[in-house]
Design a protein around this ligand. Structure first.
Ligand code: THU
Length: 133
């Protein structure tokens, strides 16, 4: 599965997104990119705010791009910092990605390729909202 994914193209998209980041406060650029089930590449950059806590992570704009370009689920994901080095998505963004992931979605991480379940084990998700017996 990992072999079928064009990780170079994904990383290039993440780097292109990173260049568009709005980071006047942290100066810490982030770019994220993901492959959708139907073969699109969606990407996003972080967009900060004078009210610091309102900062949008790169993954937030990626998820918006996902829906603005037709929705669907993510099969592969990568994220880079301002130097193009692989960056781990923050905890909140792992939850965001989980919501829109395919089962077994692969993430390129600082410690190699991992599945979504490995980076957010036993995640709370849409199925937990179903009525419990
Ligand atoms: N950031 C992201 O965009 N994604 C992450 O997963 C980690 C953190 C951003 C938020 C903020 O603009 C900057 O990195 C420093 O925390």
């Amino acid at each position: 599965m990992t072999e079928e994914i064009d990780w170079d193209a994904l990383r290039a998209a993440a780097n292109a997104a990173m260049a568009k980041a709005y980071v006047p406060y942290s100066k810490f650029r982030v770019g994220a990119a993901a492959l959708t089930e139907d073969g699109r590449i969606v990407s996003g950059c972080n967009v900060e705010n004078a009210s610091y806590g309102l900062t949008l992570c790169a993954e937030c704009s990626l998820v918006s791009a996902l829906f603005m370009t037709g929705g669907g689920r993510l099969v592969a994901f990568t994220c880079v910092d301002g130097h193009g080095n692989i960056l781990m998505p923050c905890g909140r963004c792992r939850q965001l990605l989980f919501e829109h992931s395919t089962k077994g979605m692969i993430l390129e991480t600082v410690s190699g390729f991992k599945t979504i379940d490995e980076v957010i084990p036993d995640a709370f998700g849409p199925r937990d909202l179903e009525e419990r017996k």
